[in-house]
Design a protein around this ligand. Structure first.
Ligand code: URP
Ligand code: ZN
Ligand code: ZN
Length: 488
């Protein structure tokens, strides 16, 4: 009988649909035995009595080593981001290879892949960002990249230098449907935001809190509805990312009830922060400026309910790390207006602890839902399942061992990213990952990292689950898809 490389004993094993006390045996990076039967000790054995053993987290929306459309580079590279992710219980991250206008999509992806391969300490894939929907990008590079396992891409309806118009959105949706990729949509109405911004600035309202005013909830609700309607023209599955409003969540739910393959993601900051957090002296509120912005208690409540009901199926960090200085958030120092602030909040390391503490411990979601929202649903949504996102024989041994009672007061100085601040400074959470196992190797143990840069592997992804649906395409949409392909 082969001895396991690693064994875990007397653990409370929790998956998206199971919760039992059992043992896990690991060999060559894979789970080869799991169940209620006690197993023989491996070369290394962990007694996990009193702990939760969960699939390692998958953070499918984070920004790493990415240039913003304003030309600001993220504070985190692949090394610091993947280390921070690992300390937060994650074993896979999926950030973005971002094409800016005029750039070759293929070259952007190749450069990003090379950088990741040298630095990542956990497994990874990446999505594309398409901001220049040229024939070359859509009909040559994108199909090639999808075939190589990059089966999702993000498109923007706002940001002057990133946004696609409705016609371009239809183009990319048609390619996604034909080639087998999932579009992820940043849904905010650009004209509404620009119109409000212009009037705010003209009236001298420049403080960070006006960022939230400029990104009116109606701009998100309208764009979410439009995105879903555009996707319906071609009957294409889509994912609306970082849903922040009650209205946006409602639009998604209503489309789902009508049978559309529309999926939604939200982030901890929309559950835990509000627009009032931006209302601080000077430019301090810039620490809370992200797009869309944090909203209000009614939106928070609606988002919690949408997570609990499954209408929103992903909880991602949208980690967008900009330092609180002139290299990042504040390009003009104290004179930075809300329009100039680099958008985004850090949150890779605290995503899972925040959801555990505020969601599971406060009874808003159960443990199975926690696993689904932080890991399994991401694996399915992005074509990683069942290699990732589950605890079963044959899966990668990507595991987070949690102490459900551990109290941690979040402090920027204790986190492992390169951002230097956290929007959750001083907040105490209960529940934290104590051991993180990536492909059978304990990479975080005793609050120490035991992992070399570059040990993380690129995972070529399969078909996203929303594209594997059984039902047939609406005939009018099938006709339009065919027309598009003929013209191509
Ligand atoms: O404010 C945010 N979320 N910045 C990151 C980019 C994006 O839109 O996700
Ligand atoms: Zn976005
Ligand atoms: Zn983002």
């Amino acid at each position: 009988m082969t001895q396991f490389d690693l064994s875990i004993h007397r653990a409370r094993i929790v998956t998206e649909d199971q919760d039992y006390i059992g043992d896990i045996g690991i060999q060559d990076g894979k789970i080869i035995a799991i169940g209620e039967q006690p197993l023989a000790a491996g070369k290394k054995a962990i007694d996990a009595e009193g702990y939760l053993v969960l699939p390692g987290g998958i953070d499918s929306h984070c920004h790493v080593e990415q240039l913003s459309s304003m030309g600001v580079l993220c504070a985190d590279n692949w090394y610091s981001a993947s280390v921070s992710a690992a300390f937060g219980g994650n074993t896979t991250i999926i950030p973005f290879a971002a094409q800016h206008r005029g750039q070759s999509l293929k070259k952007v992806a190749a450069d990003y892949a090379a950088s990741a391969a040298k630095q990542a300490v956990i497994d990874y894939s990446y999505h594309l960002i398409i901001s220049d929907a040229t024939p070359e990008a859509l009909h040559q590079h994108l199909p090639e990249l999808i075939r190589s396992g990059i089966t999702s891409f993000k498109v923007f309806m706002t940001y002057d230098k990133l946004k696609l118009n409705d016609s371009e959105l239809l183009d990319v949706f048609a390619v996604a449907a034909r080639e087998g990729a999932l579009p992820m949509i940043h849904a905010e109405n650009n004209d509404v935001i620009n119109w409000i911004t212009r009037h705010l600035l003209a009236a001298g309202y420049t403080a960070p809190k006006y960022h939230a005013v400029s990104h009116d909830p109606n701009a998100e609700d309208e764009a979410t509805n439009r995105a879903i309607k555009l996707a319906s023209v071609l009957d294409v599955p889509v994912l609306i990312v970082h849903v922040s409003t009650q209205g946006g969540a409602q639009v998604i739910h209503d489309a789902q009830v009508l049978g559309a393959s529309v999926h939604g993601e939200t982030c901890p900051h929309y559950l835990l922060l509000t627009a009032e957090d931006l209302d601080l002296p000077g430019v301090e509120g810039a620490k809370f400026c992200c797009s869309p912005p944090p909203r209000d208690p009614a939106s928070q409540e609606a988002l919690w309910q949408s997570l609990a009901s499954g209408s929103l199926s992903l909880l991602s960090s949208d980690h967008a790390p900009y330092r609180f200085d002139e290299s990042g958030k504040l390009p003009a120092g104290d004179a930075t207006t809300f329009k100039m602030v680099a958008n985004g909040l850090p949150g890779l390391e605290v995503r899972m602890p925040l959801l555990f503490s505020e969601g599971v411990r406060k009874g808003r979601i159960n443990l199975q839902q926690f696993v689904a929202l932080t890991s399994t649903n991401h694996a399915r949504m992005y074509g990683l399942y069942p290699q990732k996102g589950c605890l079963q024989v044959g899966a990668d041994a990507d595991i987070a061992i949690w102490d459900p009672e551990k109290e941690v007061t979040i402090k920027a100085e204790s986190l492992h990213d390169a951002v230097g601040y956290t929007p959750y400074e001083g907040k105490t959470v209960t529940g934290w990952p104590v051991t993180v196992i990536s492909r059978g190797v304990c990479i975080v143990e005793n609050e120490t990292l035991i992992a070399e840069a570059g040990r993380g592997q690129f995972i070529a992804r399969g078909v996203p689950a929303p594209l594997m649906r059984q039902r047939s395409i609406a005939p009018r949409a099938a006709f339009l898809r065919q027309l598009f392909s003929q013209a191509d």
